[in-house]
Design a protein around this ligand. Structure first.
Ligand SMILES: NC(=O)c1ccc[n+]([C@@H]2O[C@H](COP(=O)([O-])OP(=O)(O)OC[C@H]3O[C@@H](n4cnc5c(N)ncnc54)[C@H](O)[C@@H]3O)[C@@H](O)[C@H]2O)c1
Length: 337
C-alpha cells in the first residue's frame, strides 16, 4: 500500500480524506499537533475503518520532527492541510498565521526534497479570488488582493509552490481551491468540530438547531442576490476528500516539475437563506435566526466553474446541499449523545 502523509490529518477535511484514501487503497499517515483538533477524531476514524490509523503528534514547523516522520515512513506523497484557518482571528494575530501557514509549507517542501518525495496536494481556497468580477469563477480568473492575512497566506503559499516548480525542483504539485466544505461522514463518527464559537455558517446553524446557541444572525440581507443574502458554493466534505484522492492519482501520471490547480466546488451557489430553509427541511424544525447588519470583509457572492476539475481529474460531486446538511445535522446530534 502506498503511504500518503496527511498533515493536519486530525482536522475536519484531513480526517475525511484519510477515509477516502483508505477506500482507494492508500495508507494515510497523519501528522497533527492537535492545535485545532481533538484526539477523539482518531477513535472515530478507527471505528469507520475497522483498524487503527498511524499518526505522529508534532508540529509541521519542527524540521527535526518532520524529518523523523519522513525517515520512519515510505511516503509516496503528501497532502498538506495543516494551517491556521480562521479569517477573523488572522486579522488579530497575523504573524501567527504567516508563521504557521508559510513556514510549515517551506519546511515541508525542503523535507520532501531531502527525502525524494515529489507529490504534494495543497489546500488552497476560493478566498484567493476575492469578489470575482465574473461568475462562476474559473481557475484562470485573476486573483485579487487578499481580504485577510489568512487569505494572503493561501496566495503566498500558491506562489511559493509555483516558484518551487519554476526553479526546476523535481516536484509535482496540485493546489485545490476549496469552496465551502460542509457536512460530515455519513456514519456521524467524524465531522467538523470547531473549538469555541464557530466561524463558519453550518456549525453555527447546527449548533443553533441543537439549542447550544440561542439564535443565528444572518449578516446582511441587502446584497445584490435573489433574496439579499450572500451566496456561497457549499461542497460536501466527502466529495472534497475524494478530490484529494483523484489529485494524488493524477500526480502519479505527471512528469517531474509539474504544477496544476483546480477549483473544488459544486458549480452551484446557495444563499444563506436557502441554506437555512434547507436545514429546516432536513431537521424538520424551525431555526431561530435574525437578520443583522453586513459583516465587514464578507464577499457578496462566489461559486465555482468546475469544468476543469471534472474534465482533467474526472471528479464530480456526488452529494447535494440537503444531503450535506443532513450529514452535518446527524453529526451534531451524535455529539449531543
Ligand atoms: N474548512 C474550510 O472552510 C476551508 C476552506 C478553504 C481552505 N481550507 C484549508 O483546508 C485546510 C484544512 O482545513 P480544515 O477545515 O480541515 O481545518 P482544521 O483546523 O479542522 O484542520 C487543520 C488541522 O491542522 C492542524 N495543524 C495546524 N497547524 C499545524 C502545525 N503547524 N503542525 C501540525 N498540525 C497543525 C490542526 O490541529 C488541525 O487538526 C487548511 O489549510 C485550511 O486553510 C479550509
Amino acid at each position: 500500500m502506498q503511504q500518503i502523509l496527511i498533515t493536519g490529518g486530525a482536522g475536519y477535511i484531513g480526517s475525511h480524506t484519510a477515509v477516502a484514501l483508505v477506500n482507494a487503497g492508500y495508507e494515510p499517515i497523519i501528522v497533527d499537533n492537535f492545535s485545532n483538533s481533538n484526539k477523539e477524531v482518531l477513535n472515530g476514524l478507527e471505528k469507520i475503518l475497522g483498524a487503527p490509523v498511524k499518526y505522529h503528534e508534532g508540529d509541521c514547523n519542527d524540521r527535526k520532527f518532520m524529518q523523523a516522520v519522513f525517515e520512519e515512513n515510505d511516503l509516496q506523497g503528501v497532502i498538506h492541510f495543516a494551517a491556521s484557518k480562521a479569517v477573523g482571528e488572522s486579522t488579530k494575530i497575523p504573524l501567527t498565521y504567516y508563521s504557521n501557514n508559510i513556514n510549515s509549507l517551506i519546511i515541508l517542501l525542503e523535507t520532501m526534497k531531502q527525502f525524494g518525495v515529489k507529490d504534494i496536494v495543497f489546500s488552497s481556497s476560493c478566498t484567493v479570488y476575492g469578489q470575482p468580477d465574473k461568475l462562476p469563477v474559473k481557475e484562470t480568473t485573476p486573483r485579487k488582493d487578499a481580504e485577510s492575512p489568512y487569505g494572503n497566506t493561501k496566495k503566498i503559499c500558491e506562489d511559493i509552490l509555483t516558484d518551487h516548480v519554476k526553479s526546476g525542483a523535481p516536484a509535482r504539485v496540485v493546489a485545490l481551491r476549496y469552496f465551502n466544505p460542509i457536512g460530515a461522514h455519513p456514519s456521524s463518527l467524524i465531522g467538523e468540530l470547531p473549538l469555541g464559537v464557530p466561524a463558519n455558517l453550518i456549525p453555527f446553524v447546527t449548533q443553533t438547531g441543537a439549542g447550544i446557541r440561542e439564535k443565528i444572525t444572518v449578516f446582511g440581507d441587502d446584497y445584490n442576490t435573489p433574496d439579499g443574502t450572500c451566496i456561497r458554493d457549499y461542497i460536501h466534505v466527502m466529495d472534497l476528500a475524494d478530490a484529494h484522492v483523484k489529485s494524488i492519482q493524477y500526480l502519479a501520471d505527471q512528469p517531474e516539475n509539474f504544477i496544476d490547480l483546480f477549483n473544488v466546488g459544486t458549480g452551484n451557489g446557495n444563499t444563506v437563506m436557502e441554506v437555512i430553509k434547507a436545514f429546516e427541511k432536513v431537521s424538520e424544525k424551525p431555526l431561530n435566526y435574525e437578520i443583522g447588519p453586513r459583516r465587514s470583509g464578507d464577499i457578496e457572492k462566489v461559486w465555482a466553474n468546475t469544468d476543469k476539475v471534472s474534465k482533467v481529474l474526472g471528479w464530480t460531486p456526488q452529494f447535494g446541499l440537503e444531503e450535506a446538511l443532513r450529514d452535518a445535522w446527524n453529526w451534531q446530534l451524535s455529539l449531543k449523545k
